[in-house]
Design a protein around this ligand. Structure first.
Ligand code: GLN
Length: 244
């Protein structure tokens, strides 16, 4: 039996699951197992309650607008309180693209307004303009004084604005980010993280996966070092694709 286990929970794994969201979870699993850390994966789909104490890391992946419609209502009505409770006790919440949009107050599509979890002060509006698509690189500072690059791929029609005083996850080096103008990308509020970066995000940024694992488990970095030759090559390639 491993001494520690990372308990992950995927919200809407069938609906909010595009661009290798499953790969992000698989990477977390592998990096735990390679270090002798246990890994368990639960799911909370439509109509299912969320266990606010049941996981160290909650994951919401990307989704098409039509799938987001189904999830938004369920999230707001059935899971909102428990997601807030999980965030308040310090659980990591990682939400990608469509999932990121659902962390905020609302996602507006024309005259229709989908509710969000209201976990962070942000709003998203579906633009009539072009989708923001392409390779992207951002600079993040998850720990004071330690600036790192996240590189991935974005594809979204929504434009996200952060409320006053809300911190982005990072600053765009190359790509569009939250709205194509502000140079902000994603959001970070304590251990709640939202980002437009698919990529797949974690296989291309294994250092970020390790930060998530350590933070979710409440253990100090660095975790046991792994042979990251392939992961480093994937990161370098993602940066090259973004043009940095
Ligand atoms: N449906 C959302 C948008 O287009 C999110 C898309 C995604 O998750 N890739 O803005």
């Amino acid at each position: 039996m491993p001494e520690r286990t990372l308990r992950a929970c995927a919200l809407y794994p069938d609906l909010m699951n595009i661009y290798a969201d499953r790969g992000n979870l698989l990477l977390l699993q592998r990096r735990c197992e390679w270090r002798g850390i246990g890994f368990s994966l639960a799911a909370a789909g439509l109509g299912e309650p969320l266990d606010a104490d049941g996981a160290d890391l909650y994951y919401i992946g990307g989704g098409q607008d039509r799938d987001q419609r189904l999830c938004a209502q369920d999230l707001a009505e059935l899971k909102r309180e428990d997601l807030h409770a999980a965030a308040n006790r310090g659980a990591v919440i990682l939400a990608v693209c469509g999932g990121y949009q659902l962390l905020g107050h609302s996602y507006q599509l024309g005259s229709e307004i989908l509710p969000g979890a209201g976990l962070v002060d942000l709003r998203t509006v579906r633009s009539d303009g072009p989708r923001l698509i392409g390779n992207v690189a951002i600079e993040v500072e998850l720990e004071p004084g330690s600036r790192r690059v996240l590189a991935g791929f974005e594809n979204h029609g929504g434009r996200t604005s952060l409320g006053a005083g809300v911190s982005p996850l990072g600053h765009v080096i190359k790509g569009h980010g939250n709205d194509g103008r502000s140079r902000y990308e994603g959001v970070r509020h304590k251990n709640v993280i939202g980002t437009y970066l698919h990529g797949p995000l974690l296989p291309k940024n294994s250092w970020f996966a390790d930060w998530l694992i350590a933070t979710a488990l409440g253990v100090a970095q660095p975790l046991l070092e792994l042979d990251d030759e392939l992961e480093d090559a994937a990161h370098t390639e993602a940066r090259r694709a973004a043009g940095i």
